[in-house]
Design a protein around this ligand. Structure first.
Ligand code: SF4
Length: 499
């Protein structure tokens, strides 16, 4: 990414982005860039700067395995060039073979922003037209409105059973005045994020701005909790002996799942749920099992009986000894599939999920995410929909687009002389951002040339802006032309736009 010399830390928001890495565990995109097949230019130029668990998606794309991308748009205004970043990210993943989902967050727009349904309809249509115009393939992708998607609503209901108010309070600052539909729109959003995995669990990436990270964290968390929730439901439907039923009931009553780590939860809830499932095949190691049993014992409870029969042939293994000791009370002889202990963790996860799904669970994988930088407003500061001069709408008259670029602030020096001498500050220049994020398209050479000429003092702001303004005008003309062309596609697409 350094080739193009756009320094992801060069903007005024450096410290904010750093904090994301340090405090929230978002990882640098550069760590995985080399593994991405044909990275998008936004990745190459460091515009996409962070990720969470993106490797699982890369791996799936590399191996032609199922993967998905999903992003939502809150139709509160016209789509602008900042939204184009997300459109591009969805489309790129679709082209790389991922299942693509784009949704209109109409419930959120209504609940959180108070827009009327008429306004929402109009904006929703406009977002989708731009998405299609930029290359989204609706035949191969999925477009939906939150309010129209029954499966999302049902999933939201299940997820709602796993989330509570104090959690929302901590994450979103909700208080006693927060209306219920706002909370409902949050669980709906969680359902959106997990929706691509309803048919089958798969690596899913959610491209977002860093401000959306709380949603991603909550969704990852809920994905894990749903495992507990659903499998325990499946458990309840099993035919159990009366005393077993009692044990299970007691287990759920007295144990706080928060005390368990994920692997232990999976071990107890998945493995113990399934009568014929050898624990070893779930990749549950002896030491994990042992610690679960220990925890159960410490809680003064009789451990649930492992269904697996371990062989005593290999009981010399220290971990095994501990295990057998822990279950000695049961006076059982356990057969062992020792080799199965060596199965790869990822495979084991996969297997566990399959079994979970077979038994009525969701088997969600915690969703992955990638984070893109925000575009700086043309007037400096943040690009905002509410300040027309700060952004360029995809619906702006091309001439207006031209004018806005011409009057944008720059990273230029006071005088042409000084600029020739010291060079411009491309890293602080909204106009340079336009080149890097949009106008240079896939042409890295071009973006690099603009940058080098600017910082080298060969490029002066007047000409530079003229060139950018011209390119912006052409982009808008072309985009709007395409929007007109895809009107028909939108009519055909399977989405109900009139509410
Ligand atoms: Fe920005 Fe171009 Fe001026 Fe450099 S020359 S500061 S990139 S407008």
């Amino acid at each position: 990414a350094d080739d193009v010399a756009l320094d992801p830390w060069g903007s005024s928001t450096v410290s904010d982005y750093r904090k994301l890495f340090d405090e929230f565990g978002i990882e640098e995109f550069d760590d995985v860039l080399d593994e991405v097949p044909h990275p998008h230019y936004l990745m190459r130029r460091g515009v996409i700067f962070g990720q969470r668990d993106y490797r699982s998606v890369i791996r799936a794309l590399q191996n032609d395995e199922p993967a998905a991308v999903l992003s939502g748009f809150m139709p509160t205004g016209d789509p602008h060039i900042g939204h184009k970043l997300v459109f591009d990210e969805i489309i790129w993943h679709q082209q790389q073979g991922a299942e693509a989902h784009a949704l209109i967050a109409d419930l959120e727009a209504n609940a959180a922003r108070g827009l009327s349904w008429e306004e929402i309809d109009e904006h929703a249509r406009s977002y989708l037209l731009s998405l299609l115009a930029l290359g989204f393939d609706p035949e191969d992708g999925d477009l939906y409105r939150q309010s129209e998607n029954r499966e999302v609503q049902d999933l939201a209901f299940d997820l709602g059973a796993e989330a509570n108010f104090s959690e929302f309070q901590a994450i979103y600052g909700f208080d006693g005045e927060t209306d219920v539909s706002h909370m409902q729109s949050v669980v709906t959003q969680m359902a959106d994020i997990l929706y691509p995995q309803l048919d089958e669990p798969k690596p899913t990436v959610i491209p977002v701005g860093p401000d959306q990270d709380p949603h991603v964290r909550l969704a990852r968390d809920l994905a894990e909790r749903m495992r507990f929730f659903k499998v325990s439901k499946a458990y309840a439907s099993f035919e159990l002996e009366a005393d077993e039923r009692e044990l299970v009931a007691e287990f759920y009553e007295r144990l706080d799942p928060a005390d368990f780590d994920d692997e232990q939860l999976r071990c107890v809830h998945v493995a113990e749920t399934l009568e014929e499932t050898p624990l070893a095949e779930l990749g549950v190691g002896a030491s994990t099992l042992e610690s679960v049993l220990t925890k159960l014992n410490e809680g003064g409870m009789e451990p649930l009986r492992p269904r697996t029969r371990f062989s005593d042939r290999r009981a010399t293994d220290a971990a095994f000894d501990a295990l057998i000791e822990a279950i000695e009370g049961e006076k059982r002889v356990y057969e062992n599939h020792v080799d199965a202990f060596e199965i790869d963790r990822a495979e084991a996860e996969e297997l566990a999920r399959e079994i979970e799904v077979e038994n009525g669970g969701y088997g969600f994988q915690p969703p992955s995410s990638i984070y893109h930088r925000f575009m700086t407003g043309l007037t400096g500061g943040k690009m905002s929909s509410s300040i027309p001069a700060s952004h360029i709408s995809l619906l702006d008259d091309p001439e207006d687009g031209y004018d806005k670029v011409k009057s944008a602030t720059t990273g230029g020096r006071e005088t042409a002389e000084e600029q020739r001498e010291k060079g411009g500050k491309a890293d602080e220049c909204p106009v340079y951002e336009l080149y890097a994020y949009l106008l240079a398209g896939d042409d890295d050479e071009f973006a690099k040339r603009v940058y080098d000429e600017c910082v080298g003092g060969e490029r002066l702001c007047g000409d530079c802006k003229e060139q950018a303004a011209q390119l912006m005008k052409e982009f808008l003309e072309e985009h709007q032309q395409k929007r007109a062309e895809v009107e028909e596609l939108l009519e055909e697409a399977d989405i109900e736009l009139e509410s």
